[in-house]
Structure formats: structure tokens, C-alpha cells
Design a protein around this ligand. Structure first.
Ligand SMILES: Nc1ncnc2c1ncn2[C@@H]1O[C@H](COP(=O)(O)OP(=O)(O)OP(=O)(O)O)[C@@H](O)[C@H]1O
Length: 269
């Protein structure tokens, strides 16, 4: 594919998908730059989840294009890929629901759920042959590095059951980060967190961007977090593009104020 992304990692153009007669996403376009924290906001039912399900190919859109640039600079048409290919290209997502095995340690939960492809066979692993041991050592080291970035390496060997919710969410993050992503989609990461944890999340998102050298697409309802951490924000309403800009520009945009923040803007006010 031709390289037409310049310094962007993801370009979505004219994305549309309908469920029955309902246009969940309607001709939506935006692009995410390298090392950008990009927010996608909108009220309930605006089409945010549907849009990122189209990006990760969980849904195939009715029309539009979605292109992604991997770490080697190759540009891929994501519509030709399946969900598993997407992860291998370096585009991962986190899930709102934390699903861990309580009896296993934190690090084993990361390894089990990580998007990594083990090269050793099940027999290699069952017999603990050198190839399997070497591979396990490599991934354990990587899991420890990721847990370190998230500030929970000291809990690696503790059982996941009984850890605070904020820690469990980080374990869920760690799984996604194991595949050296170029772009991470965070699906409402602040859901269920208290104010202190949400403030910490802001710092963590920037740290992930810097230390993992990646871009972040943040889909989030918590406006304080979005305004604090995003470099750029795209606002949508009823599946349609409404505005894109810096947090300040989005805050001051009258259409956004009316559609999202519930503020009635008086003319000549
Ligand atoms: N699989 C589906 N089948 C039918 N309708 C769907 C499906 N998924 C989403 N929708 C509808 O598409 C619209 C957009 O939903 P979507 O979940 O993408 O919004 P959202 O912005 O993520 O909302 P929220 O903030 O509540 O998560 C809604 O009207 C929703 O009911």
C-alpha cells in the first residue's frame, strides 16, 4: 500500500456502519499522529464503541477506509485484516471488564492473557524443553518490565485475587502492552476508578505513551481525564463527526457544548 500517512499512525476516512436502519457511525473521519494521546468522546450511544470495533475489525464497516502504519513504516489497509492480524500489526485494545484468574499470580495472568505468540509447541512446554524454558524466561522478563512501567512489579508473584481494583485494571492493561503496540485503544479506563486513581491514570497514560513510544486512542466519558491527558479530541454525536481539536478548542466549541456537555449556548452571550 502507498505510504500516505506522513506522521500519522491511523487514518479513518468516511467510516460508516448501520445496524438495521440505525446509522451507528456515519461518515466519520479522523487521524491519529505518532505519539499522540487522542480522545474520542460522545454521549451514550454516540457510536464510540462501534467506531473502535470497526478499527479493530471486530465489525466490518459498510463503507470507508481505515489505514494503519506499523513500526516498520508499512501502511496496512485494516479492512483486509482479521482481529488477530490487527494485534500482530501493533494495534491493541484494553477491555472494560477485568477478567482474571484469581488463583494465579499477577504475572501469570499477564502471560496467559497476553497477545504474544509462543513459538514453542505444547509438547515443548509440557516437557519443559529448553526452547520452551527460554521463551518463558523472555516473556516473563517482558511482563516484569511492563508491570514495572505500570508500577506494580512488586506484586508480580502475588495472587491476583484480593488485589485492589485499580491494580487489577493495570494487570488487564499489562496484557495489552506485552505485544509492543504502536497504538493502544483504551476503552473507558477510568470506569470504576476513584478520583485519586483517575488522577494517577492521567500520569500513567502519558508514561505509557513516552516509555512505550506509542500513540493512544482514549474512549472515555470522564471529561476531566480526557481534557487533562489528550493532545487532541474528536467529538461525535449520533455517529457523526462534530469537531476535532485541542482540549481547549473542544471545550470552547459551541456544537460540542450543546451536544456533549449539555450546556445551552445563548447567541450573543
Ligand atoms: N451490535 C449492535 N446491534 C445493533 N445496534 C447496535 C449494536 N452496537 C451498537 N448499536 C447501536 O449503535 C449506536 C451506537 O452505539 P455505541 O455502543 O457504539 O455507542 P457509544 O458511544 O459507545 O455508547 P456508550 O458511551 O454508551 O458506550 C447505539 O444506538 C447502539 O444501540
Amino acid at each position: 500500500m502507498q505510504n500516505n500517512l506522513d506522521n500519522s499512525v491511523l487514518k479513518v476516512e468516511g467510516l460508516s456502519i448501520a445496524f438495521g436502519g440505525l446509522k451507528a457511525v456515519d461518515n466519520l473521519s479522523f487521524e491519529i499522529k505518532e505519539k499522540e494521546v487522542f480522545g474520542l468522546i460522545g454521549p451514550n450511544g454516540a457510536g464510540k464503541t462501534t467506531a473502535f470495533n470497526c478499527i479493530t475489525q471486530f465489525y466490518k464497516p459498510d463503507s470507508g477506509s481505515i489505514v494503519f502504519k506499523d513500526r516498520s513504516g508499512n501502511v496496512h489497509n485494516l479492512l483486509e485484516k482479521n482481529v488477530h492480524d490487527i494485534v500482530k500489526l501493533g494495534l491493541v485494545r484494553t477491555f472494560q471488564n477485568v477478567e482474571l484468574i484469581r488463583e494465579l499470580s499477577v504475572i501469570d495472568n499477564v502471560l496467559i492473557g497476553a497477545h504474544v505468540d509462543f513459538k514453542s509447541t505444547i509438547i515443548d512446554q509440557a516437557l519443559r524443553l529448553p526452547r520452551a524454558r527460554k521463551e518463558e524466561k523472555k516473556y516473563r522478563a517482558e511482563a516484569l518490565r511492563v508491570l514495572g512501567i505500570l508500577g506494580i512489579a512488586d506484586r508480580a508473584d502475588l495472587p491476583a485475587g484480593g488485589q485492589p481494583y485499580g491494580v487489577l485494571k493495570k494487570v488487564e492493561f499489562a496484557r495489552a502492552l506485552m505485544s509492543n503496540p504502536r497504538l493502544i485503544i483504551l476503552d473507558e479506563p477510568a470506569a470504576g476508578l476513584n478520583d485519586i486513581e483517575t488522577a494517577e491514570l492521567s500520569k500513567l497514560i502519558r508514561k505509557l505513551r513516552d516509555e512505550l513510544d506509542c500513540s493512544i486512542l482514549l474512549v472515555e466519558h470522564d471529561m476531566r481525564l480526557v481534557m487533562d491527558v489528550c493532545d487532541k479530541i474528536c467529538a461525535i454525536s449520533f455517529g457523526k463527526f462534530l469537531a476535532v481539536g485541542t482540549p481547549k478548542e473542544i471545550k470552547e466549541n459551541k456544537d460540542v457544548q450543546v451536544a456533549y456537555l449539555g450546556i445551552e449556548v445563548e447567541e450573543n452571550a
